[in-house]
Design a protein around this ligand. Sequence first.
Ligand code: MG
Length: 162
Amino acid sequence: MLSGEVLEALNRQLNQELQNAYLYLSIASYFDELSLSGFAHYFKVQAREELEHAMKIYSYIIDRGGRVELFEVPKPKSGWGSILEAIEEFYRAETENTKKIWNLVELARSKGDKATESFLKWFIDEQVEEEKNAADLLAKVKLVKDSPAALLALDNMLAQRK
Ligand code: MG
């Protein structure tokens, strides 16, 4: 059985993953409005991944005999001032999520909850990948600067994301 504090923290993280899905859907719509369908596609895929993360936590809570508690998902930010600002938001959200995962690991460890610690290993590794992807996209957007040709090339590249 999951202990009260760890269960509460897992339910909060489940909600956080849903908040991230919502944020990325908002970013996707910003790019759709700009007719940058490759960027929009990239963030729709990203939003779907966050839903998968939420479901992983959902299943784990159930597997451990805990109760899933669904909290309110707040209205996400929308309407960025520039492409760069939207991608910076993505990078910030992922680095913040990494800290939340690490705090969860610390909590599980402090409670001697080895199963939760082991479960969270996947998330620690996933965050390395997520931060790398966000940093990579941020670097590319900075390289593009004011070149429409480079921006469209990047948009085409992002459309390929599986
Ligand atoms: Mg996630």
